[in-house]
Design a protein around this ligand. Structure first.
Ligand SMILES: NC(=O)C1=CN([C@@H]2O[C@H](COP(=O)(O)OP(=O)(O)OC[C@H]3O[C@@H](n4cnc5c(N)ncnc54)[C@H](OP(=O)(O)O)[C@@H]3O)[C@@H](O)[C@H]2O)C=CC1
Ligand SMILES: O=C(O)C1=N[C@H](C(=O)O)C[C@H](O)C1
Length: 248
């Protein structure tokens, strides 16, 4: 049995994760913490893996504490940039047996969407990302959109594609979305939605649209459980659930 604790347990993702862990025969939910609870409860409960679905502004403190106490972490909380990842790598050097997985999206379809988008990137002059989410989302752009843009930008750099030549002139600030490594990202917040993303590619006389839809938060649970099972044997920092999937 793997002893699992959830941080952000009263939230939308945290509560879904508690249910999923309780329903898994090889996992035991030993702590469910939320705002105001003490992290010391994790050691009292002898948690081996912490799943973090809290908020971008608190996740780094949670991870510092977990790494210092040798507790593995599976992290769905967003807000990770290269600077934060570098900080985690440095912290993990002092706790070399501890594993941390950072996954912008735990749904298999979203992971595939990102992989397909990275593959398509070098064939198209134009690309833009539209992310669409429920109205209570804590951040913008979404972690998935940011990661997709980073993967596309890396693929374009490798292919020496050069900057996207499309017009960015605006009469109103924000009309062309946010710029993530040269890729335009547009965010929609709408009641009725859960988590959705379109990646639009364009070139002479054709477009390609790759779209993923999470209709329910259950869509993330297979990936979360896989992350828990794999992180106990994967020391160091792992970025992206694709590292635990056989995608070849
Ligand atoms: N990787 C993935 O596949 C997915 C990632 N996410 C990400 O997960 C994060 C959470 O999303 P969601 O569940 O919708 O958000 P919610 O706001 O529903 O849940 C966050 C929970 O964390 C609690 N919390 C805040 N600070 C702390 C703390 N210091 N310690 C413990 N708990 C704390 C909040 O309490 P309070 O409300 O009182 O502040 C709340 O209960 C976001 O960053 C989101 O983008 C979401 C879906 C999928
Ligand atoms: O807040 C959410 O809901 C989601 N957050 C993640 C993100 O920001 O990419 C994953 C998914 O899009 C749902």
């Amino acid at each position: 049995m793997i002893r699992v604790a959830v941080l952000g347990a009263k939230g939308k993702m945290g509560s879904q994760t508690c249910q999923a862990v309780e329903g898994a025969e090889d996992l035991e939910l030993v702590a469910a913490l939320d705002q105001g609870d003490e992290l010391e409860e994790l050691t009292t409960a002898e948690a081996q893996v912490v799943v973090d679905f809290t908020r971008p502004e608190v996740v780094m403190d949670n991870l510092k504490w977990c790494i210092e106490h040798g507790i593995h972490a599976v992290v769905g909380t967003t807000g990770f940039d290269e600077e934060r990842l570098a900080t985690l790598r440095t912290q993990l050097e002092s706790s070399p047996r501890t594993g941390v997985l950072i996954a912008a999206n735990f749904s298999i379809g979203a992971v595939l969407m990102m992989q397909f988008a990275a593959k398509a990137a070098k064939y198209y002059e134009s690309v833009e990302i539209i992310e669409l989410h429920h109205p209570d989302k804590v951040d913008a752009p979404s972690g998935t959109a940011r990661r997709t843009a980073e993967l596309i930008a890396a693929a374009r750099r490798e292919a020496k594609s050069g900057p996207i030549p499309d017009a960015t002139t605006t009469a109103l600030e924000g009309a062309r979305g946010a710029d993530v490594e040269g890729i335009r990202v547009h965010g929609i917040r709408l009641r009725g939605l859960v988590a959705h993303q379109e990646v639009l590619f364009g070139d002479t006389g054709e477009t390609l649209t790759i779209r993923h839809d999470s209709m329910h938060r259950e869509s993330f649970m297979g990936g979360v459980l896989l992350g828990i099972r794999r992180i106990v044997d994967t020391p160091g920092l792992t970025v992206g659930l694709e590292n635990f999937l056989d995608l070849d």
